[in-house]
Design a protein around this ligand. Structure first.
Ligand code: RIB
Ligand code: CA
Length: 310
């Protein structure tokens, strides 16, 4: 049975790999790509999604442009990590597909309202689009089968000591989404930092000499240079595909169900995902926080899917 998903993303190098995984894995039916401002502006992340889809000849999936800025705060893009284009590194041909006519928020609402309640939302960027969609049309909330998102941290953040980028960029949006009551799997930095792009991973992609796999390797080389320069990582963590992997086979991630609150008022802690790891919540919380990933399975799955493109 294929999982119907909508991928809401801010390409972004790791978003690009998540998109390629979602579009070609046999267990996933990718209904739409809704982009959002985050790593770069709404225009640039949408344009990057179009370029990735064109390169990989993904022509049957609508790509929409989304919210330009967070609900309340100014946008602070991550050009230091993803570059001015949001996808610096390898040259990409101009897209041969157009944007969908709908805004990301409208496309999310349209697809969810007409669904049988069988769509999983996968988020690999800030949660602004979904938060606005929920406020605009609350009837979509019970229609969401589940949410899988890359974001947050049980401990130390990556944008501030307290906060991970996707949550930090729009904490008010994250508060709305985490509080919506639908089953939510949070894939935090503690898990994505297990998915390291080692030379062996790059070699497995390059030895294929397949166009899309080699493009992915080129993207990851740029990403690796950034992570070494900024974070001192010898090998970069591939964050976003972990949120897709959690849908492909949830048994490959070890999760704990717990209460997670989003800090929106802290002078130094805004954007923190406050995980109640010891708590005995009064009522069953709906957030499943991932702790561990089956790393060999993850890389076998990502690499096999990238090699499946011609
Ligand atoms: O903190 C990592 C997340 O922020 C990833 O989604 C990356 O693409 C950036 O958006
Ligand atoms: Ca992202």
């Amino acid at each position: 049975m294929k999982h119907k998903i909508i991928l809401d993303c801010d390409p972004g190098h790791d978003d690009a790999i998540a998109l390629l995984l979602a579009a070609h894995h046999p267990a996933i039916d990718l209904l739409a790509i809704t982009t959002v401002a985050g790593n770069q502006s709404a225009e640039k992340t949408a344009y990057n999604a179009l370029k990735i889809c064109s390169l990989a000849q993904i022509h049957n999936v609508p790509v929409a442009m989304g919210m330009q800025s967070p609900l309340l705060r100014p946008a602070h893009h991550a050009a230091n990590i993803h570059g001015e284009s949001g996808l610096d590194g390898p040259d990409l041909p101009e897209p041969d597909i157009e944007l969908a006519p709908q805004h990301s928020v409208d496309l999310l609402i349209e697809l969810l309202l007409k669904s049988e309640g069988d769509i999983t939302l996968v988020h690999t960027g800030p949660l602004t689009n979904l938060a606005i969609a929920m406020r605009r049309e609350p009837a979509i909330i019970p229609k969401i089968k589940a949410i899988s998102l890359m974001g947050g941290a049980i401990g130390v953040g990556n944008t501030t000591p307290a906060a991970e980028f996707n949550i930090w960029f729009d904490p008010e949006a994250a508060k709305i989404v985490f509080g919506c009551g639908r089953p939510l799997t949070m894939v935090p930095l503690e898990v994505t930092h297990q998915a390291l792009v080692t030379p062996e991973v790059l070699q497995r992609l390059r030895v294929s000499e397949r166009r899309v796999a080699c493009f992915a390797a080129d993207l990851l080389v740029f990403f690796a240079e950034t992570y070494l320069r900024i974070f001192g990582f010898v090998y970069p963590p591939l964050h976003d595909p972990c949120a897709v992997a959690a849908v492909i086979d949830p048994t490959m991630l070890h999760t704990h169900r717990m209460r997670v609150e989003i800090e929106t008022k802290g002078e130094w802690t805004t954007g923190r995902t406050v995980c109640d790891i010891y708590g005995k919540p009064a009522q069953e919380p709906c957030t499943h926080v991932a702790y561990a990933l089956n790393v060999p399975w993850f890389w076998d799955t990502v690499i096999a899917t990238l090699l499946s493109y011609d």
